[in-house]
Design a protein. Structure first.
Lengths: 336, 361
């Protein structure tokens, strides 16, 4: 038996940094393959920006699954709803969007994004109460219910806004690029990266530094135990679900601005991408989700540049490779 | 009883319904004149088989696959590409069959083995990802698949509408190649459904149900669940690919919209849920209800939408527009999972539905 002094630090789990090194190694590996440093930098920034946007959309889903074991196939609906709601604000204020002043642009963009988050969050409340509450613990029915919800949401969007693609131009001050030497970095990508990083840091702080976060992490690891200690985990879950939906709405606005268009079917492609990210990252792991999103975006960008033909199946190949290495995703958090 | 593998419908109303449906389908060329009725009947046959094969997965093993249309599409495209490339002869039909079916089975094996390595919960997500990649692949490889336009082709001489087998003055009905094709579709679909009924009522099928109810216990009893699940996947893929072949033969066309699109996957899911999971018979009922609604309700919705817009009601014309029929389908889908979890067949078998026949999760 070893003696433990009160001053000894508590034993900590070993940090697992291999997954963190993976995207860095991938990026470095690509330098000689791509050849020119400037295009490598542009591609890397593009992947980071795309990865951050995907991360924002996927983070909610991974927590929802990890915490409550709920498979939400309708997560994409929140993305599309967020994007459509943003058009409600952006269309009437088109003039201030086109004005070449960063502050005027942001004065319209910020409320648009907040409204989108509020609406998708509220929709999340409805979905959780109506569709998911009756089918807790039944995966098959969860998949059926949320798939039905996705169809209804998508079709309602079509009925309200019509089937055409709605253009969503970038604000004037966010168009164009910063030029550093011979490297061009699109301004909007920098903004997307900043927002993504802010969301990531905020989630990490909440999860690791607050009591709420402690409960969420405990719930992900062992739900019954947290319930036995007297916490109402259903309510906690509802909060996580709504936050996740709101983040998906934010991601939807950002993605729509990135593509400069809004369409109800945008959620279909993104749903697949998000699922891949969540699987790669390990269900319930925010860090894994973050790395997974960047990996997916890197493979899409580098792959599209080097071997355009491969881009179609590159995500699947990435998923296969990662799962061969770690069958439960990069970070296996849940005991399930 | 032999034919039904000792698994009769077990409900008088259900038996009556099935007999009426099957007789109506068999007599469609004589009872309901016109190309539309025959098309609807053929589609019901093809989908009944396709949905029954999906029921083997969803209802009997309890695993949700979103890749079922992929196998359906492989069958469709195999026969279409073969007939398009080699011309309308029977050798091409045979080529399509001997390339399409093994390809579907191999792919199912690969997906099965791969997703068995990871948590069972990933299965639905992985199949969704693979199916969407395949869909993109099919539309990108346009030199092979014809891209978004798909491939139209000619059938062998015997199956063409112009081929008169029995002239009109003999029975009062003309039997031509088109009707022969219809009966080919009808007979093969019926055979496949009977075969699936045999599979689910065999000891193998019982093991699948055991896995559905509790995988750990099934494993503890000494069954190799990995083998059983993969085998079920391959069987379902084979039947789906055969249904795809029949569909392509009937339409004389294979394209992304008729054989690969995600909306077909949703249709299949809906048909299984409406008909009743884990019953096989539910597939026939679900496919019939759904396809009749799809073909005849949409025109009703058009009328309703027009009436609503003439009455000056807000929003309703948009919601009732025929293109929005999926909206009502989605609502029906949710409602049937809510109130109707055992589907039509489960309801008919158990009256009030106290005891559930379908899987509980």
């Amino acid at each position: 038996m070893t003696d433990l002094a009160a001053t000894d630090p508590l034993p900590k789990p070993k940090r697992d940094i291999a997954p963190v090194l993976l995207p860095i190694a991938l990026a470095l590996l690509m330098i000689p393959l791509i050849g020119s440093t400037s295009s490598w930098l542009t591609l890397t920034v593009a992947s980071l920006a795309m990865g951050m946007m995907i991360f924002i959309m996927a983070s909610g889903l991974t927590l929802v699954f990890g915490l409550m074991d709920v498979l939400n196939f309708g997560h994409g609906a929140f993305i599309a709803v967020g994007a459509y709601v943003a058009t409600l604000v952006l269309a009437p204020f088109a003039a201030s969007i086109q004005a070449d002043s960063l502050w005027m642009n942001l004065a319209v963009l910020a409320p648009a994004a907040l409204l989108s988050m509020a609406v998708s969050g509220a929709l999340g409340l409805v979905v959780e109460r109506v569709l998911i509450l009756p089918v807790y613990g039944q995966h098959l029915k969860q998949i059926l219910m949320t798939t039905g919800g996705l169809i209804v949401a998508e079709q309602t969007l079509y009925a309200l806004w019509g089937p055409q693609i709605i253009p969503m131009p970038l604000p004037a001050s966010l168009r164009g690029s910063f030029i550093l030497g011979d490297v061009a970095i699109a301004k909007y990508r920098v903004l997307a990266m900043l927002i993504g990083l802010a969301v990531f840091i905020a989630i990490q702080l909440v999860l690791n530094r607050t009591k709420l976060g402690l409960l969420i992490r405990a719930g992900v690891e062992n739900r019954e135990m947290v319930e036995a200690l007297g916490y109402r985990i259903r309510r906690l879950f509802l909060g996580v679900f709504m936050t996740g939906s709101a983040l998906a709405g934010l991601g939807g606005v950002m993605w729509a601005l990135y593509r400069e268009q809004v369409h109800a079917s945008m959620s279909d492609d993104l749903t697949v991408l998000i699922f891949i990210v969540v699987i790669i990252g390990g269900l319930g792991s925010i860090g894994g989700c973050f790395i997974g999103a960047i990996l997916v975006a890197m493979v899409a960008n580098y792959g599209g540049f080097l071997v355009p033909k491969l881009a179609l199946v590159s995500n699947i190949l990435l998923m296969v490779a990662i799962l061969m290495w770690r069958p439960r995703g990069l970070y296996a958090v849940t005991s399930r | 009883m032999m034919m039904l593998s000792g698994d009769p419908p077990r409900s008088r109303v259900l038996t009556l319904l099935l007999v009426v449906i099957i007789l109506a389908l068999a007599a469609t060329p004589f009872l309901f004149p016109g190309a539309k009725a025959l098309n609807v009947a053929a589609k019901i046959c093809v989908f009944a088989a396709l949905v029954a094969s999906y029921d083997l997965l969803l209802g009997y093993t309890g695993s949700v696959s979103f890749a079922h249309t992929m196998f359906y599409g492989i069958g469709s495209y195999a026969i279409a590409i073969a007939l398009y490339g080699m011309g309308p002869n029977w050798a091409a039909v045979a080529t399509g069959i001997v390339t399409g079916l093994p390809l579907a089975a191999l792919l199912a094996l690969a997906i099965g083995l791969f997703s068995l390595r990871v948590a069972a919960i990933f299965f639905a997500m992985i199949t969704l990802a693979v199916a969407s990649a395949f869909q993109v692949l099919a539309s990108q490889l346009s030199w092979l698949t014809g891209g978004e336009d798909g491939r139209s082709f000619q059938l062998p001489e015997l199956l063409r509408p112009g081929t008169v087998l029995i002239s009109k003055n003999l029975f009062g009905f003309e039997i031509n190649g088109r009707i022969l094709t219809f009966y080919l579709v009808f007979a093969i679909s019926a055979l496949m459904i009977l075969a699936l009924l045999r599979v689910v009522n065999s000891p193998f099928g019982r093991v699948l149900q055991a896995i559905r109810e509790n995988r750990f216990r099934a494993e503890a009893l000494g069954f190799r669940t990995v083998f059983h699940l993969t085998y079920a996947n391959c069987l379902a893929a084979l039947v789906a690919a055969s249904a795809g072949i029949l569909n392509a033969l009937w339409l004389r066309y294979a394209g992304p919209d008729t054989s690969l699109s995600f909306s077909i996957m949703l249709d299949i899911l809906l048909m299984v849920v409406i008909g009743g999971m884990g019953t096989i018979y539910g597939a026939i009922i679900g496919a019939t209800i759904f396809i009749l609604a799809q073909n005849y309700l949409q025109s009703l919705m058009g009328v309703a939408s027009k009436a609503a817009s003439e009455a000056g009601l807000p929003l309703l014309p948009g919601l009732l527009h025929p293109d929005r029929w999926l909206l009502w389908l989605g609502l029906l889908f949710i409602a049937s999972v809510y109130f109707f979890p055992t589907g039509v067949v489960g309801r008919l078998r158990h009256g009030g539905g106290k005891k559930t026949a379908g899987p509980s999760h």
